[in-house]
Design a protein around this ligand. Structure first.
Ligand code: XMP
Length: 481
């Protein structure tokens, strides 16, 4: 037995001491951050791989702003891979495998396919992939016979503007403008379809200048996996639909099976970055980094919906966990993702100042429009559901995925939850929440005299405060409106 007698600290236990600053304005600071050994993000924020936080809509929203979403794994591997695909299709310079139809497909099929994939046009191709025409929502909207073949309503090949595969973005933009069209099919010399450029995609590029993008202009996304044998299949499926990052998501990440999983994933998918966790000690960081992890996730028990510390007695208050882990992370040059417990811009700034490169958010984003959680109305106010992934219902739902229709009362009773089900106030769009957080962080950098996150870490002086200091730090002696 060993008793470490320095206290474990969390965000509220400390403040950062203001320093002389030459930062003229909040917009002058750079908050770009290393997500992994190879990837950087324009904002240091990752949305949590929880089933009430991140599916495709959240991942799209956060990647557009320069962060990253981690698609949760509490669904079939096929569905998770499809969520990844949705993110990858949301934006790109080029749609590499545009949706197609054979000429004999019915108008009704075209309508259904466009609605299901939320796209406005389908390329009509022959069996070998040669372009025959284009059918758009306008072509099928009022078509009187739903069973008529699409070739009877499509714009035919001769009337379409096309471009050779490999055309650069600027030339494509000029073509779209010159012909006043919205879709530019890209063709190989023999007339087979090689891709599609759309006006919408080009407009989106300009709208989100800081978006996290891969080399093809698609939004970046991460996918969470566990450490069971079938998680390799899950990883393979998500890799096949284009995930950029795999997140090995294990409550106790400093464990043999997590380490083995990281080694296996790095061997199997050397082109993908692997974030692994969760740990709360320098040894945990070392173990995962030496196994090949490209970033390590820190946090055992700080999450808003976590009861791991109460149920097991284990955990490290999050600020101390980050400080401890940061020492090892610096030695091994591996970025840290601080996961859990962040409630506002102040916590975000403290987590980064203590040594994290990025921060993962759960319940703060669970209340937004883009989260998959259900909405509930209480006393006339709107809330959204958030639940721990080790909560009772999440455990049972996971078992139901493994053995559909076979759960009985025993299965409920056997669960020892380490998380809770809860609600959070509805908070509007994720972009608005992130705007507030990022604004706080930018302001924090100016208080630190820091032009970038590395300066913030170098300049940070933490001061422990007392309960009176904590009280003084919030609104006090007034009635807030
Ligand atoms: P916040 O505070 O942002 O935390 O809501 C999100 C993080 O909490 C972790 N998490 C859990 N931890 N039991 C736990 O002990 C759970 O059931 C649970 N579910 C999520 C996770 O690391 C997440 O990113």
């Amino acid at each position: 037995m060993h008793l470490r007698d320095t206290p474990g600290l969390t965000f509220d236990d400390v403040l950062l001491v203001p320093r002389r600053s030459s930062v003229a304005s909040r917009s002058a600071v750079n908050i770009a951050a290393r997500l992994t050994r190879r990837l950087t993000l324009a904002i240091p924020i990752v949305s949590a791989n929880m089933d009430t936080v991140t599916e495709a809509p959240m991942a799209i929203a956060i990647a557009r702003l320069g962060g990253l979403g981690a698609i949760h794994r509490f669904m079939s591997a096929e569905r998770q891979a499809a969520e990844v695909a949705r993110v990858k299709r949301a934006e790109s310079h080029i749609v590499e495998a545009p949706a197609t139809l054979p000429p004999g497909a019915s108008v009704q099929t075209a309508r259904e396919q466009m609605a299901a994939s939320q796209i406005g046009g389908l390329l009509v191709v022959d069996a070998a992939g040669h372009l025959l025409g284009l059918v758009t929502t306008r072509d099928v909207l009022f078509a009187p016979d739903p069973l008529a073949p699409v070739e009877s309503v499509m714009t035919t090949r001769e009337r379409l503007v096309t471009a050779p595969a490999g055309i650069d973005l600027e030339s494509a933009r000029q073509q779209l403008h010159a012909h006043r069209v919205e879709k530019l099919p890209l063709l190989l010399p023999d007339g087979r379809v090689a891709g599609l450029i759309t006006a919408q995609d080009i407009i989106k590029l300009a709208r989100h200048p800081h978006a996290a993008k891969d080399s093809k202009g698609r939004l970046r996304v991460a996918a969470a996996v566990g450490a069971r044998a079938d998680d390799l299949v899950r990883a393979e499926l998500c890799a096949s639909t284009g995930t950029d990052v795999l997140v090995v998501d294990i409550a106790h990440g400093h464990s043999e099976h997590a380490i083995r999983m990281v080694q296996t994933l790095k061997r199997s998918f050397p082109h993908l970055d692997v974030i692994a966790g969760n740990v709360a000690s320098a040894d945990g960081v070392r173990a995962l980094a030496e196994a090949g992890a490209d970033a390590v996730k820190v946090g055992v028990g700080p999450g808003s919906i976590c009861i791991t510390r109460q149920v097991t007695g284990f955990g490290v208050p999050q600020l101390t966990a980050i400080l401890d882990c940061a020492a090892a992370a610096r030695e091994l040059d591996v970025p840290l993702v601080a996961d859990g417990g962040v409630r506002n811009g102040g916590d975000l700034t403290k987590a980064l100042a203590a040594g994290a490169s990025t921060v993962m958010l759960g319940s703060l984003l669970a209340g937004t429009e883009e989260s998959p959680g259900a909405s509930v109305i209480r006393d006339g106010r709107r809330y959204k559901v958030v639940r721990g992934m080790a909560s009772l219902t999440a455990n049972v739902d996971r078992q139901a995925l493994d053995k559909p229709g076979q759960l009985d009362d025993d299965d409920w009773e056997k669960v020892v939850p380490e998380g809770v089900e809860a609600v959070v106030p509805y908070r509007g769009r994720a972009a608005d929440v992130l705007h507030q957080l990022v604004g706080g962080l930018r302001s924090g950098l100016s208080y630190a005299g820091a032009a970038c996150l590395a300066d913030l870490q170098a300049n940070a002086e933490f001061l422990r405060i007392t309960p009176a200091g904590i009280r003084e730090s919030g609104p006090h002696d007034v009635q807030t409106l």
